[in-house]
Design a protein around this ligand. Sequence first.
Ligand code: NDP
Ligand code: OXD
Length: 312
Amino acid sequence: MSVARLLFACAGVDSAPWLAGLAAELPEFDVRLWPDVGDPSEIDYAFVWKPTGDVFKGLSNLRMVFCLGAGVDALLGHNVLPGGIPLVRMVDPGLAVGMNEFVLMQVLHYHRRMHDYAVLQKGARWQPLDQKLPEDRVVGIMGLGNLGGTCAKTLVSLGFDVRGWSRSPKQVDGVRSFSGEAGLDDFLRETEILVCLLPLTPETTGILDAGLFARLPLGACLINVARGAHAVDADLLAALESGHLAGVTLDVFHQEPLPADHPYWRHPKVIVVPHCSALTQPKTAVRTLVANLRRHINGQAVENIVDIARGY
Ligand code: NDP
Ligand code: OXD
């Protein structure tokens, strides 16, 4: 191939560091910033985030689509992807570092009972609470893939009793693996801090519902860093109201930005952050993207191609 053309179409993303990185790492490419596509039939590759259908219009010679994020639900759910074109998701060390930090921070928050101390502080009450050893604290991670697996290993290294739930059984040192529908009850029964790192698929939509919360021990805490649609909001609020859930950290929401009048914003037991637990870092992700592009150009197997039928 002579000059290859890459279309950069990432909504809501500052394109400057990406374009600078791509120019440095991929000098032989003609990188075009959407909507300045030029002749769409010239585009070989697209790098996208939350694209509308327009982005793919006329890209009759598109060879591959790369997603800026790890989750491809927005692309698959809205049927914007042209049929038969391989889709590659982001599996990048920078993303894993961010998620690892955020999950660790929130697990420690609940493990060290900062949600309880927040209540005590409001009443100016000086009351040291019982403290558990990490080995006596069960942290359950739903989704033991690239990100969930990374977080699990970190928590194991700190001595936590870590359990993981995935579609297929996993072997991760120090992690008890549970899988499938059949393993869900046992996984949940003792999980005191539940982390959701599942992809959003038809099977996992609404999985964080009243039935699931009821299977957790009384006073469990939840950290949802996957997708808002994993949670049934009314069930989550009810579980907080009843005290079955003691604290919840939410990074992702059905509607983003979270509407200003949403009860989550002001709920005393909810921590809200604006979908920032892990941001794709251009510094590392450009290298990841370019390495994969070069594999494709050289006729080698491209890594992290999405199984469209499975949804992740
Ligand atoms: P992976 O594909 O590497 O891992 C997904 C894991 O979920 C796998 O272990 C998989 O099981 C498991 N899984 C999928 N479907 C089911 C199911 N029906 N039942 C049980 N387990 C299931 O994904 P990543 O770790 O890279 O990313 C996970 C998600 O995190 C993304 O899809 C995205 O939504 C979210 N994310 C959020 C970010 C944020 O800023 N909030 C940033 C980045 C990602 P198996 O291994 O058996 O296939
Ligand atoms: C992702 C995200 O999927 O940032 O990468 O949500």
